[in-house]
Design a protein around this ligand. Structure first.
Ligand code: HEC
Length: 101
């Protein structure tokens, strides 16, 4: 491998994930206000069709796809674009990542 490609590989491996600078404390507040009525407190779903985050349902995807999904919504899951700011979406994802083992 040429040194330059080795350098690029390091950049990718060490590159921060989208939610690294996000706050799980803020994320929990946002979650409790906007998501818990369907996804349940601490991710224990209270709506039959809503994924149970406690089991990681709906979360086995990249932060990037989650941001997109939360912005656009899906079926009964409302779109949060214009409701949550970009940073709030990162915070809520950081919190979602704490819900399952
Ligand atoms: C009105 C109820 C409701 C609210 C409020 C709600 N959701 Fe959902 N959510 C759902 C339902 C229902 C689904 C399943 C959608 C489907 O796959 O048909 C879902 C799916 C999801 C998924 C999985 C999407 C996928 O790719 O399969 C994520 C992630 C998610 N919601 C995040 C959130 C977040 C974060 C919030 C708050 C900011 C939120 N939801 C608020 C009902 C809700």
């Amino acid at each position: 491998m040429r040194p330059i490609s080795r350098f690029m590989v390091c950049l990718v491996l060490l590159g921060p994930s989208l939610t690294q600078a996000a706050s799980t404390i803020e994320g929990q507040k946002i979650y409790d206000r906007n998501c818990a009525m369907c996804h349940g407190v601490q991710g224990i779903s209270v709506m039959a069709s809503a994924p149970n985050f406690k089991y990681g349902q709906g979360l086995f995807k990249s932060d990037f796809s989650l941001v997109d999904r939360i912005k656009k919504g899906k079926n009964a899951c409302p779109a949060f674009i214009g409701i949550l700011r970009e940073q709030q979406i990162y915070d809520v994802i950081a919190y979602l990542r704490t819900l399952y083992p």
